[in-house]
Every structure is written in C-alpha cells, then in structure tokens.
Design a protein around this ligand. Structure first.
Ligand code: ZN
Length: 203
C-alpha cells in the first residue's frame, strides 16, 4: 500500500517526530513532523493526505516551498521542502490523494525529502501513525466506547426525576412496556398514546 503523502510509493522515514539535533543549525529542538522519502530512498510526487482547503502555498527560508492545508475538522496538515513547482494555490479545495507538488530540498534541508506535519488543536502531533491510515476516521476503541456509555448512563441516572414521572415510569416498566415483553416491539400508536395519556393525567 502506498503512503498517503507520496504518489504510489511506500515511505522510508529519515527522521521521526520529536526531539533532535537540527542537521543544519546543530541546535537542539523538537522536530514537529516526520521526514520521509520514497521506498528505496527515491523521490516522489507529494499527495494530499486528507482533503481540505489550501491555506498557504509559498516559500520561506526554513520550510522552503510548502503548503498548509486546513482540514474539515479544523486541524492542519503541512507539506514542506518541495520544489518550486507547487501544484495547489491558496483557496484551492484539494482532494485526498491529489498531487500538490514534488519532493525537493528547498529551505533549511540537507537533501530531498518531504517534511510532513499535522497540527491538531494548534499542537504538532506525531504524523507517523497516520502515514498509511485515515486521519479523520473515528478511531474510538470498544473500551473507549464502553467507558463513554457507562459515564453517560451514570449521568442520566443521577439526573433528578419528578415524582409523577418517576412513578409512572416505574409502573410502566413493571408492566413490561419498555422491555419488549408487553407490548411487542415496536410500540404501537395505541400503546404510545396510552403512555402519554397516563403521564398527562397525573401531571
Ligand atoms: Zn522535518
């Protein structure tokens, strides 16, 4: 499977996200993205990891020719050190997999590579887990979901219930209205009307 930021190629990581000594300045700093080249240390066209709107496309001395793409969820993806021939401009809507430029070595760089960054809620995060996978996809695990539902149910149970509603609810539950034993699911219109009338009568 091809890496999502390289056209039709797997990625070789040449520098991971995190603390490092900068190869040009020698200063200790934090590397706020991941550096990749194509499989076999080859060059590649750069493709948009995720669809979004081009917020910046231009040059500076550090990042070289680079493109910032704002995603639908508000996060940002950044592609740096490309050659001058950028293939997307500010305001463009780009699709996932669309070619946006060519791997290069512009700006503060010691060799052709792509520096790819992801800014989530304004903070740079490690993009490596997403090189081959969807970024916006809901990745909640079953354990997360279960914990969420337990919290939700505890919150609901803790909410105060008026006497009349609580009494009727308990009576209807005892009659089997809510557990599917009586009536047969789904609730018929007559049964729904009976529940509403009963609640209204005691209001
Ligand atoms: Zn980098």
């Amino acid at each position: 499977m091809a890496c999502r930021v390289l056209f039709d190629k797997d990625a070789v990581i040449t520098c991971p996200f995190g603390p490092r000594v900068h190869p040009v300045t020698g200063a200790r700093s934090s590397h706020n993205g991941v550096d990749v080249v194509g499989a076999g240390h080859t060059l590649a066209s750069i493709t948009a990891h995720t669809a979004g709107t081009v917020e910046y496309a231009g040059y500076n001395a550090i990042l070289g020719y680079h493109i910032n793409i704002r995603l639908a969820n508000g996060d940002m993806m950044q592609y740096c050190h490309m050659t001058k021939s950028l293939q997307a401009a500010v305001g463009d809507a780009v699709e996932e997999g669309q070619i946006i430029g060519t791997m290069g070595s512009t700006g503060s760089s010691t060799g052709a590579h792509l520096h790819f960054g992801i800014q989530k809620d304004g903070q740079w995060i490690d993009p490596e887990p997403y090189l081959y996978s969807d970024y916006l996809e809901d990745t909640m695990t079953y354990e997360d979901f279960k914990a969420f539902m337990d919290r939700y149910e505890a919150e609901q149970a803790a909410k105060p219930v008026s006497d009349w509603a609580g009494k009727n609810w308990n009576a209807l539950q005892a009659e089997g209205i809510f557990d599917g034993t009586k009536p047969q699911a789904p609730l018929t219109r007559q049964e729904a009307a009976a529940v509403i009338c009963r609640l209204r009568k005691e209001k």
